[in-house]
Design a protein around this ligand. Structure first.
Ligand code: S3P
Length: 172
């Protein structure tokens, strides 16, 4: 397969792990949120406020379609909601080896506190919101993934080693 695709909930470590994996493998690093922000020339909270979540999801799908043509030899970190649409799950799987970075709710909560950059987490009760979204998404992440790697209680180094071992059979 030509790319690594990292999926998982907000705060699962996709960007941190992805950047290091790309460096180790001598591959490019691509972050779908960053590409959308630079193409739109506005940040994600602004896209949500001005045009709504559905529009952001359309931008994600459109980007994923274009990436089938322009992305290879890359580690791709995708926004936490990307695998929710069935079409996106297909596109992700055809783009590369999909690695689901899983984490427990408490781990996620520790990482996404006081974060104004994630509109999906706006509202009063963060714990309820995170719990609800994680329940909705867990099985979708597993459907999209070729490989699942737990990150709780593991160092970055350990997570990278496991990704390496588990993805070898996909020719990466
Ligand atoms: C979202 C996750 C964010 C970003 C947007 C929506 C989600 O990306 O795409 O705020 O629905 O889970 P990260 O997972 O990189 O935080």
């Amino acid at each position: 397969m030509k790319n690594y695709i990292l999926i998982g909930f907000m705060g699962a470590g996709k960007t941190t792990v992805g950047k290091l994996l790309a460096k180790e493998k001598g591959m490019d690093f691509v972050d779908t949120d960053e590409r959308i922000v630079s193409e739109q020339n506005r940040d994600i909270p602004d896209i949500f406020t001005e045009d709504g979540e559905a529009h952001f999801r359309d931008l994600e799908t459109d980007l994923l379609r274009r990436m089938q043509e322009d992305t290879e030899h890359a580690v791709v970190s995708v926004g936490g909601g990307m695998p929710v649409r069935p079409e996106n799950r297909e596109l992700l799987r055809s783009l590369g080896c999909v690695v689901y970075l899983s984490a427990e709710k408490q781990t996620i909560l520790g990482r996404v506190q006081n974060d104004g950059s994630r509109p999906m987490l706006n509202g009063n009760d963060l714990e309820t919101r995170v719990g609800q979204l994680m329940r909705e998404r867990e099985s979708l992440y597993r459907q999209a993934a070729h490989v699942t790697v737990r990150t709780d209680g593991r160092s970055l180094h350990q997570v990278l080693r496991i990704i390496d071992q588990e993805t070898r059979r996909f020719g990466l």
